[in-house]
Design a protein around this ligand. Structure first.
Ligand code: 13P
Ligand code: SF4
Length: 333
């Protein structure tokens, strides 16, 4: 039961309105910025200063002049904010907000994987620990992975970690052979091809849009595959009016907001009835914990400096190699 990770509600004696007012007051007092991922609860998305996918949130964390970053997302995202902006106080409302992909890839095993393939370049999905980032050559997100892979010299073999489904999708898309780490997202793996096919026959005009962390059996039915922000753009730009959405349901809040006259239904999971695709880690953050994080400047992300500097290198390469910036593979080819 992945939902059992949910923390109990914390009674603070504040009404929802008072909670919002306190968050606004403290945000100003602390010169803080609230960054939120699209998978956060709607009330958190609504109060955030900026909402985005992993890449956009990284860029925002690197560029902000706020003194404090309240990161409403999961641990690896808040870690990236701290790696890129070490002089700022970075807090994560619930320090247990991890990620199944990060858990699937312990640093010691990843190190052994690298050492077994010394001629390979290690491209690592941003959903991993700071230690794994520090052992990698280039970090990628689902928004920039394809463009970055296309900049890797054709004769350079690639290790892709830790998401085997994203890796397989990218290998097919780019025609590159890649050695894949055996990790997966527990949320995106729950979608069922069989149930999706049944739903498609009931909604023949609907477009299927999917995050590339889904299994190939689901992706093969998708009309559009992309990062969370790519899926959001698609619903606004497409002429379709109905969408079957194969990603975490938190994103539906922005979809409905951006395209209020369109209809969205979550892709079915293996049970065919319940949609148990909430990310149990993302859902650990609540408005109460957001308020407490601002008030107490805790739980704070702290990273040992030598480790941070090592993890910064592959992240900087990612930012340099992302579309719209100049590519440079000089240091790793
Ligand atoms: P995006 O970078 O597409 O927002 O994805 C992050 C994530 O964790 C998806 O499960
Ligand atoms: Fe990790 Fe999956 Fe949750 Fe994204 S949805 S944070 S990949 S567990």
């Amino acid at each position: 039961m992945i939902r059992s990770l949910q923390s109990p509600a914390m009674p603070l004696g504040l009404s929802p309105l008072q909670l919002e007012e306190e968050i606004h007051r403290l945000r100003k007092e602390r010169n803080a910025i609230i960054l939120a991922h699209y998978y956060q609860d709607a009330d958190i998305q609504d109060i955030a200063d900026f909402i985005g996918d992993s890449l956009e949130l990284s860029r925002k964390a690197a560029a902000t002049d706020a003194d404090m970053i309240v990161f409403c997302g999961v641990r690896f995202m808040a870690d990236v904010a701290k790696i890129l902006s070490p002089q700022k106080t970075v807090v994560l409302p619930d320090m247990n907000a991890g990620c199944s992909l990060e858990i699937s890839c312990p640093a010691d095993k990843f190190k052994a994987f690298r050492e077994a393939h010394p001629d390979h370049i290690a491209l690592t999905y941003i959903n991993c620990s700071t230690e794994v980032k520090a052992l990698s050559d280039i970090i990628v997100t689902s928004a920039n992975a394809e463009a970055i892979i296309r900049q890797v010299p054709a004769d350079k073999p690639i290790l892709f970690s830790p998401d085997k489904h994203l890796g397989a999708y990218l290998a097919k898309k780019t025609g590159r052979e890649m050695l894949l780490w055996d990790g997966a997202c527990i949320v995106h793996e729950r979608f069922s091809e069989q149930e999706l096919v049944k739903l498609k026959t009931r909604m023949p005009k609907a477009e299927v849009i999917a995050h590339p962390e889904c299994e190939e059996s689901v992706l093969r039915h998708a009309d559009h595959i992309g990062s969370t922000s790519s899926l959001l753009r698609r619903v606004s730009e497409s002429s379709a009016t109905q969408f079957i959405v194969a990603t975490e349901p938190g994103i539906m809040h922005q979809m409905q907001r951006n395209a209020p006259n369109k209809f969205f239904v979550l892709a079915p999971d293996t049970s065919g009835s319940c949609s148990c695709n909430d990310c149990p880690y993302m859902r650990l953050n609540t408005m109460e914990k957001l308020y407490l994080a601002l008030r107490d400047k805790a739980p704070e992300i702290l990273i040992e400096e030598a480790l941070r500097v090592r993890a910064l290198q592959p992240l900087t390469r990612m930012l340099e190699m992302s579309p719209s910036t100049v590519a440079s593979l000089k240091n790793i080819a």
